[in-house]
Design a protein around this ligand. Structure first.
Ligand SMILES: *[C@@H]1O[C@H](CO)[C@@H](O)[C@H](O)[C@H]1NC(C)=O
Ligand SMILES: *[C@@H]1O[C@H](CO)[C@@H](O)[C@H](O)[C@H]1NC(C)=O
Length: 306
């Protein structure tokens, strides 16, 4: 793989650490001498790129914030790819043709978090691609210098980039917990305690952590996205058939019963809205919501829809 890359790739070194470097906003791209169409004054490459929205605010591990405002590029066969952390991913066709393609492959949106680790940066809402938007996931891996090491397109209009940086070489550098403000760490502690005490289910645990990561700004709430607005702000699952809805309802009712018995076992009082109303008006609320709402330290997470 490395040998293949070495043969193929021309990595553009960027003057990001140059002597004149004063702050995060300044960026200087040094082009290689043979730039094909790129330095052609009759090709206003960048002016053609119309971002659909502003990037999300910079978030995540503080030691990565210094990458904001910089850009790193990679030439692979006839394309030059450019990754600007916390901003965008773009693609520029290297050709003499007057209509060389330039496009936005994603705008900084949110982190991917798995196993309590920052797994990648999602850049979404790029140029249209059939009925969807191009999007890119950038994985950060340990390397001797900052460089865009690899680009591929694992599925149509979804790009996978590998960015190497010394900033993620420490084994704790991408852990989520240490990146959180203390108040959110304490909230996380409580969620773990509640799980250990079986006051919440693994699903409830996952949901509370997701809400916590959203509050930290690492993940974006789906409600904010266009598709949710198009559905008129409908919350909760949408069922395709009455049968599947009934089935889900039955499962939720069973879960409520189980959670009630857990509460009773632990001698925790709960206000019980009349049996019939709670089981007939479940709507988008899940039993874990109901339980979590009555626990200390979890207020404010679940909105005031209950
Ligand atoms: C991409 O990000 C860079 C660096 O922040 C910025 O200078 C450039 O204008 C952005 N490009 C687009 C098309 O938004
Ligand atoms: C999850 O993270 C821990 C510590 O960071 C690591 O030891 C473990 O191997 C990871 N598990 C998976 C499935 O990635």
């Amino acid at each position: 793989m490395a040998a293949r890359l070495a043969r193929f790739l021309l990595v553009l070194e960027l003057a990001t650490y140059g002597p004149g470097y004063a702050g995060a906003a300044k960026m200087k791209v040094v082009e290689e001498p043979n730039t094909f169409g790129l330095n052609n004054p009759f090709l206003p490459q960048t002016s053609r790129l119309q971002p659909k929205r502003e990037p999300s605010p910079v978030s995540g591990p503080v030691h990565l914030f210094r990458l904001s405002g910089k850009c790193f590029s990679l030439v692979e066969s006839t394309y030059k790819y450019e990754f600007c952390p916390f901003h965008n991913v773009t693609q520029h066709e290297q050709t003499f043709r007057w209509n060389a393609y330039s496009g936005i492959l994603g705008i900084w949106h949110e982190w991917e978090i798995a196993n309590n680790t920052f797994r990648g940066m999602w850049m979404r809402d790029g140029d249209s691609c059939h009925s969807r938007s191009r999007q890119s996931k950038v994985e950060l891996t340990c390397g001797k210098s900052n460089r865009l090491a690899h680009v591929s397109e694992p599925s149509t209009c979804v790009y996978a980039l590998t960015f190497e940086t010394p900033l993620v070489c420490h084994p704790h550098s991408l852990l989520v917990y240490p990146a959180l403000p203390m108040a959110l760490q304490q909230r996380w502690d409580q969620v773990e305690q509640d799980l250990a005490d079986e006051l919440i289910t693994p699903q409830g645990h996952e949901k509370l952590l997701r809400a916590l990561f959203e509050d930290a700004g690492y993940l974006k709430t789906p409600e904010e996205s266009e598709s949710a607005q198009q559905e008129g702000g409908v919350q909760g699952p949408v069922f395709e058939t009455l049968e599947s809805c009934n089935k889900a309802h039955k499962e939720l009712s069973k879960e409520i019963k189980r959670l009630r018995s857990v509460l009773t076992q632990h001698g925790i009082p709960y206000s019980s809205p009349s049996e019939t109303s709670s089981s007939e008006h479940l709507g988008s609320k899940t039993p874990t919501d109901r339980t979590a709402e009555q626990l200390p330290g979890n207020t404010g997470l679940l909105g005031n829809t209950l």
